[in-house]
Ligand binder design. Structure first.
Ligand SMILES: [Zn+2]
Length: 309
């Protein structure tokens, strides 16, 4: 079985010099990287999704912020910490749509594992962006799936930074408590052995929630900035980071033996100016674990993760 990556070339804006975060160009760089690996023949691409609309954004955000970002009104349009341009705006509408598209496709066909190779959501708040995150794509997707289909999800967020977007949106959208129940926006704390122990405990609770019928889909983002050589990370050695991937996909595989649980994967953060390929390599090795555990494709793939210069 293949992994279906939802991707459009125009998700990526023309380079915006001066940004600390290179995440806006990551979808394209990640796809180019994957193309050079033995994983590529096991990947399908899906590009039939359209940009989110203003109404979609209003599910999770206040009109004043949505309209400022759409129009490029300073300073609020750059509250995410990124330089605004019309091309960047258009790319944000597509990356948020990509996440929704990937989750929706997994829900429609749970045998298919889907991926949205995107970032830039989990620090956004109802009234503004934050930390290179513009809109709460997770919240928008969760509310759409809950309001339109009654589906409840969970997020496993292994980015190095706490995914506050979901928690910070609960007051704005009270039914988010049903769409992603408190406790099911999983962000482990600690580092090294403690991090893996906390993740293990939280995955056990998630497994129980899924098997009890309280969670209908799971989304997983393995941010590479939870790696100890990342500019912003400290949590995991390479072996520990890959062990975290094993723990997540193993649990999902166990559940999928019992019920057809939809699974979607996203990228989230990762910052290595000295060797950006280390970030892409970590994400690719995560995909390799996903393919082995969930798609029955065992490639024994290893990427270079270079110690920080
Ligand atoms: Zn991060």
């Amino acid at each position: 079985m293949t992994l279906t990556i939802h991707y459009r070339d125009d998700m990526v804006p023309a380079d915006a010099p001066g940004n600390y975060s290179k995440s806006p160009s990551k979808p394209r760089r990640f796809l180019e990287f994957l193309r050079t690996t033995p994983l590529w023949p096991h990947i399908d691409l899906q590009d039939t999704f359209s940009p989110l609309t203003r109404d979609d954004l209003l599910l999770a955000h206040k009109p004043a912020y949505v309209d400022a970002f759409l129009a490029g009104t300073q300073p609020r349009c750059e509250s995410n910490g990124l330089v605004w341009s019309p091309a960047f705006r258009d790319s944000v509408l597509l990356t948020n749509a990509c996440l929704l598209s990937a989750i929706t496709a997994a829900v429609d066909n749970p045998t298919q594992v889907t991926m949205a190779p995107v970032s830039g959501f989990h620090h956004a708040q109802p009234s503004g962006g934050s930390g290179y995150c513009t809109f709460s794509g997770q919240v928008i997707a969760a509310l759409k799936l809950y309001r339109e289909r009654g589906l409840r999800g969970a997020w496993v967020d292994l980015d190095g930074h706490f995914g506050n977007s979901i928690e910070d949106s609960r007051e704005f959208a009270p039914d988010l408590d049903a769409a992603i129940a408190p406790g099911l926006n999983i962000n482990p704390s600690g580092s090294h052995g403690g991090y893996l122990a906390d993740l293990t405990a939280k995955l056990a609770a998630l497994k129980q929630a899924v098997l009890s019928g309280n969670v209908e889909y799971v989304a997983f983002a393995h941010g590479a900035d939870s790696h100890e050589w990342d500019q912003l990370g400290y949590q995991c050695s390479t072996a520990e980071w890959l062990q975290a991937a094993e723990l997540v996909y193993w649990m999902l595989a166990e559940v999928r033996k019992v019920r057809p649980l939809p699974v979607t994967v996203a990228l989230f953060g990762g910052y290595r100016d000295d060797h950006p390929e280390s970030v892409l390599g970590l994400h690719a090795m995560d995909v390799a674990v996903c393919l082995r555990r969930l798609c029955g494709v065992d490639l024994n793939y290893q990427a270079e993760v270079r110690p920080r210069a």
